[in-house]
Design a protein around this ligand. Structure first.
Ligand SMILES: [Zn+2]
Length: 412
């Protein structure tokens, strides 16, 4: 029996690696299913070789087979572990220039990445999708995790982002001049084993000029060719699209997920719902600009623009939810002011502020996020056959989303 109580008193997270254990029974107070909003009591989860082998309802502790390792969590509610659909593990959200400088020094970046991964685990994240960096730190991190040389959530990596030379995103990728070069870069990334491709369709939102967004980088034809090229190689495409014009180009090119999407139109949202293109609206990188010390970085006018920009995004999230667009939680962790893991709950809170119910928010963090990442067969729900990636929180998350602020147990 693993003693979790002692640790809970200190309000610290208990982490267990499921792959280290061949067999395990989890006996929680409750099991919460965000997809049905059901809260089950007297339910035990039998884990075998890292997967959920059996879910037994009406379970009594006298039914525990002798010799099995039992994790007893009578005060906790178990949910699927959380997923962040958009991070940059190479950046820490604190000092951009220092982080970029570290990428050429393997020891220096590794220390910072370790901290980013640790913060992610502490917040209940077992899976993150990395949006890339020009140092290939995200992909290198994934490879170290796979070799067991680092501790952290599973990473889906896209290596470098694909953008036009001289336009926004030089820290994300080398910048290409034409489609021929883009296809060469896609080949090279495929060769290095990336899981996703990131295409930069636009620049970023302005904090000084309301509604202004960095220029579109590719023509429709260029985007169509790159997206098809990626798909033919079996690579899904995440599109950095910060304006409605960029979103429309992405929809027509058939990208797999839309990232940011500030100022997206109702028509584009309806098209995304119809074509099944999910949206990762990343509100926290904008909203966090108004956190403490905002006055040091932004003028009062800028602060007003930031507020209007993210409040509009919240309205769009609400609209997207009613139109049936798949919504995923992505923090853009590593972007200025967004700390890995710690700001994950903030994005959940912003989704709730947009008018989504706790169950809807939790779906965006678990089952829908799994779909967005292309991992719906493996993770995101508590189901027989799925990987046993679980978190434990104190209380009823469907009544009080706040309980997610303090994840007390993680099986990853
Ligand atoms: Zn990003």
């Amino acid at each position: 029996m693993i003693e979790v109580k002692r640790v809970l008193k200190n309000n610290r997270l208990t982490k267990l690696r499921c792959s280290d254990r061949s067999e395990l029974i989890i006996v929680p107070g409750h099991v919460a299913d965000p997809d049905t909003s059901m809260l089950l009591s007297r339910t035990a989860l039998f884990i075998q070789k890292g997967r959920i082998a059996r879910i037994q309802t009406d379970f009594h502790t006298n039914q525990i087979p002798p010799g099995l390792e039992v994790v007893s969590l009578p005060e906790l509610t178990i949910l699927p572990a959380l997923i962040d659909c958009h991070v940059h593990v190479a950046l820490d959200g604190v000092d951009f220039a220092a982080a970029v400088k570290r990428w050429s020094d393997s020891f220096a970046w590794l220390e910072h990445v370790k901290a980013n991964l640790e913060h992610s685990l502490e917040s209940g994240l077992a899976t993150i999708r990395d949006g890339g960096d020009n140092g290939m730190v995200g992909l290198r991190t994934r490879k170290l995790l796979e070799k067991g040389e680092l501790e952290g959530p599973r990473i889906l990596a896209c290596g470098q982002g694909i953008g036009k030379a001289g336009k926004y995103g030089s820290f994300l990728g080398p910048g290409i001049s034409n489609v021929g070069e883009a296809c060469q870069l896609i080949d090279a990334l495929k060769e290095q084993g990336v899981d996703w491709l990131k295409i930069l369709i636009s620049g970023i939102v302005s904090f000084k000029d309301y509604g202004k967004i960095g220029a579109v980088q590719f023509t429709q034809t260029e985007l169509n060719i790159m997206t098809k090229y990626a798909h033919d190689l079996g690579l899904p495409v995440m599109a950095h699209a910060s304006s409605d014009e960029a979103v429309r180009l992405g929809i027509k090119a058939g990208v797999d997920t839309m990232e940011h999407g500030y100022f997206v139109s109702a028509k584009s949202l309806a098209d995304m719902a119809e074509k099944g293109i999910p949206w990762v609206p990343t509100v926290v990188p904008v909203a966090n600009q108004l956190e403490a010390h905002a006055h040091l970085y932004h003028s009062p006018e800028s602060q007003e623009i930031i507020k209007r920009t993210y409040e509009l995004q919240l309205k769009k999230i609400n609209e997207a939810q009613s139109l049936g667009v798949s919504l995923g939680i992505g923090t853009d962790a590593g972007a200025g002011g967004v700390v890995h893991g710690y700001d994950y709950f903030r994005e959940l809170e912003l989704f709730a502020q947009a008018g989504l119910s706790p169950s809807e928010v939790l779906r965006a963090a678990t089952s829908t996020a799994a779909q967005i990442c292309g991992l719906q067969e493996e993770i995101g729900r508590i189901e027989v056959g799925k990987k046993a990636l679980l978190i434990g929180v104190r209380g009823n998350p469907f009544q009080e989303l706040n309980v997610l602020r303090n994840v007390e147990f993680l099986l990853y």
